[in-house]
Design a protein around this ligand. Structure first.
Ligand SMILES: [Zn+2]
Length: 83
């Protein structure tokens, strides 16, 4: 990796899912960082203090959109689908 912005990281199947770009395309480290950050934000993956009590009860994932939800959630926070 010569520079932060040079597009010389090849996207494989796993990266493709997270970065939302086709496998085989090339992205820069800056692109990866930005998109992973966005992925974390959109999917609400950052632990929040008020959620720590939920760790014991566990999590599930929305069967429609895949958002992470508390295991007792009746509706998805992101897409509103009943669980
Ligand atoms: Zn959902």
């Amino acid at each position: 990796m010569n520079s932060f912005t040079k597009k010389d990281i090849m996207v494989d199947e796993n990266l493709s899912k997270i970065l939302d770009v086709p496998p085989g395309s090339y992205v820069s480290f800056a692109d990866v960082t930005r998109k992973v950050y966005n992925y974390i934000k959109v999917n609400n993956l950052v632990r929040r203090v008020e959620e720590e009590g939920l760790e014991k009860e566990g999590w599930k994932f929305c069967f429609r959109c895949g958002a992470r939800l508390p295991s007792k959630a009746k509706f998805c926070d992101r897409c509103g689908t009943a669980q």
